[in-house]
Design a protein around this ligand. Structure first.
Ligand code: 3PG
Ligand code: MG
Length: 397
C-alpha cells in the first residue's frame, strides 16, 4: 500500500491528531446513519491501545468558513460516545486556546473531538498558518478520512507536511480494497456506472474504458447513450447535448476492446412517482409521452450473465430510479446477483458512492459485498484515476 500505518508509529503518550470523516446525516438533532462513525472505531481503539490520545479533526456540512451553530460537531458527540462506549471530550474550536486547554485536560485513555474545521475559512484555502495552528496541537497526524481525501484542505493535506503522518485503519482498508479492484485486479473486471448524468461521469468512463473489460451503463445516463444511437427516449431524463460525447465514448470503448452494456429493454411510466403505472418495452420503443425509469428484465438477465463471467466488479451509481418502487428492480436484482456471486467466492465486489450504498443497503446486499466504501466524491475521483491530495501528502512507509 506504500504509506506508513499506525503499526509504524510510536504513539505512547502522544497526542494523535486524527482526521476523521464524521460528516454523517442528521435529522432533528439525531444521527440517522452512524456508518462513518462506526468505521473509524478501529483507528481510535488502536491509537488508545498504543497509549496515544486521539484528538479528532473533522468537518461537518459546508459552513463556508464561519461558525454556523447548526453545523457544530456537538450534534455528533452522543453518537460517537455511544459507538465508542466511553465519554468523548469536546472543544469549541479546532485551534487556539480552547483546543490547547482541552488537550491539556485530556487524561490518558481520553478522546477529544475538536469543533468543525470548516468554521475557519483557512481550512478550505489550505492556509499554511492555519495548518500550522492545527499541527501545534499534537505530535503525530493520522488521516483516517479517505472520504474527504479528494479535498486539499488544511486538515486533510497541509497538516500532513508539518508532522510525522500515517494512514488510519479505515483509510488503509479503503486503499487496499480499491487497489485490489482496479490496481491489480483479477480479470475479467467489470464496472457498473449509473446515475443521472453522463456529464458528471465523463472522466470516470474515460478512465474505466482503459482499465476494465466491460461497463454496464445504467440510470438516467443510459438514456443519453440510447439517444446517441438514434433511439427515441420520449420524456426521459436525457442530456441531448451530450450525445456526441456519448458516441465518442462508445467508439473509444470499441477501439480499446471494452464492452459497453446498454439497456436492451426498459421500464417506462408516464409519471415519476412510487407505484406509477408502468410497462416494459424494448429500448428502441419508448413511447413519446413516457419516460424510462429502470432497465427491463432482459437487460437484468444480460447483466447477471456478465457478472457470472467477471472476477472483479466495481460499482458506482444505480441502474434506475431506485428511490421509488418498483423502479428499483434492476438495481436490486443486479445487487443481489453480485452479492450471491461474492458469497460464493466467485467475485470480488467493491462499491462506493452515497446513492449506490443506499441502494445496496435497501436491497440487503451491502453486507455481502467484498468492500463498501464510505466515500462518495473521493471514490469517484479515485475511479477517475486522480491522485487524492489527502492521501498523497502522507508519509510513505
Ligand atoms: C462527504 O460527505 O462526501 C465528505 O465528507 C466530503 O464532504 P464535502 O463534499 O462537503 O467536501
Ligand atoms: Mg508528511
Amino acid at each position: 500500500m506504500g504509506w506508513k500505518t499506525l503499526d509504524d508509529m510510536d504513539l505512547d503518550g502522544k497526542v494523535v491528531l486524527t482526521r476523521v470523516d464524521i460528516n454523517v446525516p442528521v435529522e432533528n438533532g439525531k444521527v440517522t446513519d452512524a456508518t462513518r462513525i462506526e468505521r473509524i472505531l478501529p483507528t481510535l481503539r488502536d491509537i488508545l491501545s498504543k497509549g496515544g490520545k486521539p484528538v479528532l479533526l473533522a468537518h461537518f456540512g459546508r459552513p463556508k468558513g464561519k461558525p454556523v451553530p447548526e453545523m457544530s460537531l456537538r450534534v455528533v458527540l452522543p453518537a460517537l460516545e455511544e459507538a465508542l462506549g466511553r465519554p468523548v471530550a469536546f472543544a469549541g474550536d479546532c485551534i487556539g486556546e480552547a483546543a490547547a486547554e482541552a488537550i491539556g485536560d485530556l487524561p490518558a485513555g481520553g478522546v477529544l473531538l475538536l469543533e468543525n474545521t470548516r468554521f475557519h475559512k483557512e481550512e478550505e484555502t489550505n492556509d499554511p498558518d492555519f495548518a500550522g495552528a492545527l499541527a501545534a496541537n499534537g505530535d503525530v497526524y493520522c488521516n483516517d478520512a479517505f472520504s474527504a481525501a479528494h479535498r486539499a484542505h488544511a486538515s486533510t493535506e497541509g497538516i500532513a507536511h508539518l508532522m510525522p503522518s500515517c494512514v488510519g485503519r479505515l483509510m488503509q482498508e479503503e486503499l487496499t480494497a480499491l487497489e485490489k479492484a482496479l490496481g491489480k485486479p483479477e480479470r475479467p473486471v467489470m464496472a457498473v456506472v449509473g446515475g443521472a448524468k453522463v456529464s458528471t461521469k465523463l472522466e470516470l468512463l474515460g478512465n474505466l474504458i482503459d482499465r476494465v473489460d466491460s461497463i454496464v451503463i445504467g440510470g438516467g445516463m443510459a438514456n443519453t447513450f440510447l439517444a446517441a444511437q438514434g433511439l427515441e427516449v420520449g420524456k426521459s431524463l436525457c442530456e441531448h447535448d451530450m450525445t456526441g460525447t456519448a458516441r465518442e465514448i462508445l467508439a473509444k470503448a470499441g477501439d480499446g476492446g471494452c464492452t459497453i452494456l446498454l439497456p436492451v429493454d426498459v421500464v417506462v411510466a408516464r409519471e415519476f412517482k412510487a407505484g406509477a403505472a408502468h410497462e416494459i418495452v424494448p429500448a428502441s420503443a419508448c413511447p413519446a409521452d413516457a419516460m424510462i425509469l429502470d432497465a427491463g428484465p432482459a437487460t437484468i438477465a444480460r447483466i447477471a450473465a456478465a457478472f457470472g463471467e467477471a472476477r472483479t466488479l466495481v460499482w458506482n451509481g444505480p441502474l434506475g430510479a431506485f428511490e421509488i418502487a418498483p423502479f428499483n428492480a434492476a438495481t436490486d436484482a443486479a445487487a443481489r446477483q453480485a452479492a450471491s456471486l461474492t458469497r460464493a467466492g466467485r467475485l470480488l465486489s467493491v462499491a462506493g458512492g452515497g446513492d449506490t450504498v443506499a441502494a445496496l443497503n435497501a436491497s440487503g446486499s451491502a453486507e455481502a459485498f467484498s468492500y463498501v466504501s464510505t466515500a462518495g466524491g473521493a471514490f469517484l475521483e479515485w475511479l477517475e484515476g486522480k491522485t487524492l491530495p489527502g492521501v498523497a501528502a502522507l508519509d510513505q512507509g
